[in-house]
Design a protein around this ligand. Structure first.
Ligand SMILES: Nc1ncnc2c1ncn2[C@@H]1O[C@H](COP(=O)(O)OP(=O)(O)OP(=O)(O)O)[C@@H](O)[C@H]1O
Ligand SMILES: CC(C)(CO)[C@@H](O)C(=O)[O-]
Ligand code: BAL
Length: 297
């Protein structure tokens, strides 16, 4: 018989084995505690801390954080190799945020046979981020589905910074009848508006200044919402045009679930751009038409 996993409430426990983590979360659920899960790729910053802090505030929950740089979601020539992996500092952040379980699997533990069976994200997976990063969302949904099966969370928290990812995870949970309640958390920003992101560490001083144009563009677009779609795009484009260092991959106005934008009502403005070898994304919620001011999510 397998030993019962040892667990001391209030302490951080690190697991690298999927089986061991699954047994621990199962045992915790049997004691009546709920599981709140924050999946990450590490290099933890204030955005991740906000997800953890929100998770912790759900009553009677154990906070589980995963740290795994998922090779399946990186394309050839992307930054898988150089992605920052400051594990010791990350474990300190998890402890400071009072996580009780942190999962840091090796690649072989999650993909013992490679990844032959994967999750197909459907048409939205080929649009926006998916058009620029083919296969990215199949990689994201596959690892998230695996992590959900291992952790069996009651709640799973994701950032709105990666809005298309959040939308597709909600869709996967609905379409594949999964259990977790998916919670989206608004984007945490630097004082000048730049969305916090692990990839901001790649930026040199000049690029860091230029990077503020992404949030400035979606904010300008959001505030033009009352004048309609054309005005939104024109306002955002004007900001982007003022920062020629940015190579824009897309600026797109969509509905709140990333379908076509409505003539009036809730919408999302999304942008992606490259600065040298660094790719950044941002987005904002807005209200189209009706004379109301847009909001910045
Ligand atoms: N600024 C932020 N505000 C809120 N949530 C965030 C923020 N940045 C990342 N997250 C969320 O944290 C989770 C883990 O993201 P990840 O580890 O990829 O961090 P990241 O900073 O987005 O990294 P990257 O630079 O690779 O995009 C995701 O749900 C993501 O949306
Ligand atoms: C959800 C995720 C942890 C899957 O690898 C990743 O895409 C991320 O960090 O946003
Ligand atoms: N935060 C999204 C993960 C990625 O860009 O690969």
């Amino acid at each position: 018989m397998r030993a019962k996993p040892s667990f001391t409430a209030g302490q951080l426990h690190r697991h690298t084995s999927p089986d061991e983590l699954a047994r621990t979360t199962r045992a915790l659920r049997a004691t009546g505690r709920k599981i709140a899960f924050v999946p990450t790729m590490g290099a933890l910053h204030e955005g991740h801390r906000e997800l953890m802090s929100r998770a912790r505030r759900i009553p009677n929950t154990v906070l589980v954080v995963s740290i795994f740089v998922n090779p399946l979601q990186f394309g050839a020539g992307e930054d898988f190799e150089r992605y920052p992996r400051p594990l010791e500092a990350d474990l300190e952040v998890c402890a400071a945020e009072r996580a009780e379980l942190v999962f840091t699997p090796e690649r072989e533990a999650l993909y013992p046979d490679g990844a032959q069976v994967t999750v197909h994200p459907g048409p939205l997976g080929d649009e926006l981020e998916g058009a620029v990063r083919p296969g990215h969302f199949a990689g994201v949904l596959t690892v998230v589905a695996k992590l959900f099966n291992i952790v069996r969370p009651d709640y799973a928290l994701f950032g709105e910074k990666d809005f298309q990812q959040l939308t597709l995870i909600k869709k996967m949970v609905r379409d594949l009848d999964m259990d977790p309640h998916v919670i989206g958390i608004p984007t945490v920003r630097e004082r000048d508006g730049l969305a916090k992101s692990s990839r901001n560490a790649y930026l040199d001083a000049g690029q860091r200044t230029a990077a503020t144009a992404l949030s400035a563009a979606v904010t300008a677009g959001a505030y033009a919402g009352a004048q309609g779609a054309q005005a939104v795009l024109a306002a955002a484009e004007a900001v982007l045009a003022g920062t020629p260092e940015l190579e824009v991959d897309y600026l797109a106005l969509r509905g709140p679930d990333l379908g076509p934008a409505p003539d009036q009502g809730e919408a999302r403005l999304l942008v992606a751009a490259r600065l040298g070898g660094t790719r950044l994304i941002d987005n904002a919620a807005l209200h189209l038409g009706g004379g109301e001011l847009g909001t910045h999510g």
